[in-house]
Design a protein around this ligand. Structure first.
Ligand code: KG4
Ligand code: ZN
Length: 382
């Protein structure tokens, strides 16, 4: 069974064809990051207009790379939320048009549930996860042969940690479509904290990969940043850590700029990057990035492993952009007594293969959407 997945919830236009919910036949992602980085963050109107330009070409290329005809497809799966309304509308309308024209079932998918289903995906001969095909790159036209990696499907019940730019959710997955919410962030999402701290340090957007790279040269033991444990709950909180990091940067900047008026030495969240940049040494930024990253990872891993033990989960499944962070992947695998499933980094960040995979299990369960399918920008998983 072949399903075309379409994902336009944020700043990535993506299309993929997945067979039987698991085997990736194609997985194309056109990132808008270069466009939005000029503004230091995502501009919603720019994002939707970019999706309008890119979605149909990227679908055509996903179909071509999968060597699939419209008549080979069994359904169209599309993200309906959470995300930016204007961006979601582009994908949903195009999905409806294709489903209507081809007489195919339409499957509206929750983006967060999609992130979990990245754990079901396996790479087939025609798809190379190391070479994510960018729409504007020639790479996508290359047919890279790679041996199929046969992986067993996840073993349920499993603890799922979804860590993205907008969400930090911990839940117990008991079966397909059966989720027990355990905890979520009470303020900033993990990815959001990475993005904000990267801004404080003048590292640009998106912050997660920039912090990770900068932290490589840093000493994480130099600054002890706070961890919010929120004892006896599975909830998270990252705003205190963000504020403590800002205070640390402020103090170090003051040291550098002794003698100047205070307002010129005190960085604030709204400051331009260069304002802060000039105040800190490269090595100081690396040490702060490393200490921050370690604090986030420590809390995510400790709470996830504790929940897994308490609830007798068989596995831990990670998903969402922050799950591509190497320290998180490494630490989770090291500290967990049960197997940890780690989708390849390109399947952690936004993609359409995870939407197609999730769609397959919806189709099997008979969860087919009507033509009145609407976008749900604030959709939650549970
Ligand atoms: O899942 P995703 O691609 O989009 C959303 O659904 O939000 O996640 C994007 C988030 C951003 O906040 C980005 O900074 C973060 O994931 N991220 C990372 C890394 N790569 C992406 N955070 C930490 N380390 C990374 N390597
Ligand atoms: Zn996402």
């Amino acid at each position: 069974m072949k399903i075309l997945g379409i994902e336009t919830s944020c700043d990535e236009t993506a299309a993929a064809v997945v067979q039987d919910g698991r085997e990736i036949l194609s997985n194309l992602i056109a990132s808008q990051v270069d466009i939005h980085s000029r503004y230091g963050g995502i501009v919603p109107e720019v994002a939707s207009r970019q999706h309008l330009l890119t979605t149909i070409p990227i679908i055509q290329q996903a179909m071509a790379q999968a060597q699939a005809l419209w008549s080979d497809l069994d359904a169209i799966a599309v993200t309906i939320g959470p995300g930016l309304a204007g961006s979601l509308l582009v994908g949903v309308n195009i999905a409806k048009a294709i489903a209507l024209a081809q007489g195919l079932p339409l499957l509206g998918i929750n983006h967060l549930e999609g992130h979990i289903y990245a754990n079901w995906l396996i790479h087939s001969g025609r798809y190379d996860p190391e070479k994510p095909a960018g729409f504007f790159s020639d790479e996508l036209r290359r047919d890279i042969t790679k041996r199929t990696v046969r992986k067993k499907a996840p073993d349920l019940p499993a603890i799922c940690l979804i860590v993205s730019g907008g969400h930090t959710d911990l839940l117990l997955m008991r079966g397909h479509g059966d989720y027990l919410p355990l905890g979520r962030t009470r303020d900033d999402a993990a990815g959001e904290a990475f993005d904000k701290v990267a801004r404080i340090l003048g590292l640009g957007y998106p912050g997660g990969p920039a912090i990770e790279q900068t932290a490589n040269d840093g000493n994480s033991a130099l600054y002890r940043l706070p961890r919010a444990w929120l004892k006896d709950t599975d909830d998270f909180s990252f705003s205190g850590l963000k504020t403590a990091t800002l205070r640390l940067v402020t103090d170090l900047s003051k040291e550098r700029k002794k003698g100047l008026p205070l307002e010129r030495t005190t960085p604030r969240l709204e400051d331009t990057q260069s304002e802060v940049e000039t105040h800190l040494e490269k090595s100081e930024k690396a040490d702060i990035a490393a200490s921050f990253q370690e604090a986030v990872v420590d809390v995510l891993v400790t709470k996830t492993v504790a929940a897994a033990k308490r609830l007798g989960a068989h596995q831990i499944l990670l998903g969402g952009g922050v799950a591509s962070n190497r320290l998180l992947r490494h630490t989770m695998a090291e500290r967990s007594p049960i197997p940890v499933l780690l989708p390849s980094p390109i399947l952690c960040t936004d993609n359409a293969a995870m939407i197609a995979s999730c769609g397959y299990f919806h189709l099997k369960a008979g969860k087919i959407s009507g033509w009145d399918l609407d976008v749900m920008p604030n959709l939650r998983l549970t």
